[in-house]
Each structure stands twice: as C-alpha cells, then as structure tokens.
Design a protein around this ligand. Structure first.
Ligand code: FES
Length: 248
C-alpha cells in the first residue's frame, strides 16, 4: 500500500493510501469525537461529529467517510469545528428525552461522554420532548426510543455481522425510528436471533438488557473485532472435523 503525506493541524504525517481520515487522525493520537462510527462496522457518516476542515477553502468533511489523499491539509479542532460539534450534540439532546439521571447508561453513555468532553453545560434549543414509546416485548432486551440517536449501529451490526437484518430505519427527519422486522414489537420478530449484538454496540441507553437499573448497564464492543478476526482466520470453519487454517 502506497505511503501518503498529509498535513494535520500544521504537522506533516505519513499515512496509507486508502485509509480514512479518521483512522489517520487517530493514529496520530488526536482524539476526534465519533458516535455513528464503530471499529468493525461499515461507515455511515451520519452523526457528523468527526467533521474536519480541509484547506484550501475550509471545506467540511466527515473524516470517517473521507479517504486520506496525498497532499491533503486538514484541521481537526478549529474554533468553527468545536462550535459545530457542540451544536450537533445540543440538537441530539434536544431531539429526544435524554434524561441522564434516570438512564441505565448514566456514566458510560457515549453521547453523554462527548457532551462532557466538549463542555456542553446546557442546551440552547427548545426541547422537542416527543412522546416516544419503549418496547419491552423481547424476553431479554428493551428498546427505549427516547434515548436513540439514530446512529444505526444496531442496524449495521445486525445486517453485516449477525446476518439477520432484524433492525431497520423507518420514517424521515424527526419521525425516524429504528424498527424491528415490519415495525412490529421486538418480541414478535421472527428474524431476531436474540444474539444481543445490537445492544452491545448501542452508544446510549436506547438498547439495554431487561432488568438493568440506573447506571448499571455495561456494554462491550470488543466482541466485534474478535468475531471479525475469527471469521477472517476461519476459526470456526471446520474441515474434516478440524478448524481450517488461516487463508486456506
Ligand atoms: Fe463520522 Fe459519525 S463518526 S459522521
């Protein structure tokens, strides 16, 4: 893979052709906030928190879906970017009912973490306070639409890793919802395998284990890379009763 040179925050760095700007920026130890991105899932470029400024022209681009290219000049934490990131976070909080004090993910929520990190101490927009339901019809899990930020990690992991495609997105704008099967109660879904991958990748308390109480839910993302590595190494593919070796 060809080596490229990119200027990040006025410093020349080396990267690999084909890698995303997000990957390259993070390799330099720069903390670029993300919500829809999760290592191991295909990118969506939806939350826009990872936006960077590209010179000349100060064009904005989502780093997770922008390939790094030779000669690029980018800035990751300009005043304008920080202002926009804070606006995005405030709008997310205003759009649904994120009441951290009574959330199962309080203290471990990625949305809450990003808001703290950027110093968001209040929301300047009118709260929409929508009347959204919870679905606790599944035996083990709950979806609370009040906490959902529509990052679609659940949709992507269910589709591309579990292969069930139970989750999808319905509606437009503020009426968007994640749904199971044909917008039916989760507990009646015939495609759901109850694997729990969607719950583990959810960045907020929207998807959680039944019975969790405030600040009790712990989610682990490391299973994802373990599964992807195992598949690549044919770890669970048997031939004549033996695991197949890598690459054969
Ligand atoms: Fe890049 Fe969400 S992480 S747009």
């Amino acid at each position: 893979m060809a080596v490229i040179t990119v200027t990040i925050n006025d410093e020349l760095v080396s990267g690999r052709e084909g890698q995303s700007l997000l990957e390259l920026v993070r390799e330099q130890g720069i903390d670029l906030p993300t919500l829809c991105h999760l290592d191991g899932l295909e990118e969506r470029g939806g939350c826009r928190l990872c936006m960077v400024e590209m010179a000349p022209g100060n064009r904005l681009a989502a780093a997770c879906v922008t390939p790094a290219q030779e000669g690029m000049v980018i800035y990751t934490h300009s005043e304008r970017l920080v202002k926009y990131r804070r606006m995005i976070l405030e709008l997310l909080f205003a759009e649904r009912n994120h009441v951290c004090a009574v959330c199962v993910m309080n203290g471990r929520c990625e949305l809450q973490y990003e808001a703290y990190t950027i110093g968001m101490d209040h929301v300047r927009y009118d709260y929409l306070t929508p009347d959204l339901p919870m679905d606790a019809s599944h035996d083990r899990f709950v979806i609370d639409h009040n906490r959902c930020i529509l990052c679609t990690r659940c949709v992507r992991v269910c589709d591309s890793v579990e292969g069930a495609h139970t989750w999808d997105v319905m509606g437009r704008g503020v009426n968007c919802r994640v749904i199971t099967d044909l917008n039916q109660p989760w507990g009646t879904s015939q495609s759901c395998t109850s694997c729990g991958k969607c719950v583990q990748v959810c960045p907020t308390g929207a998807l959680h284990a039944k019975g969790s109480t405030v600040a009790e839910m712990v989610k682990r993302h490391d299973f994802l890379q373990w599964i992807l590595d195992g598949r690549e190494n044919h770890q669970w593919t048997m031939r004549n009763g033996e695991p197949m070796e890598s690459g054969r």
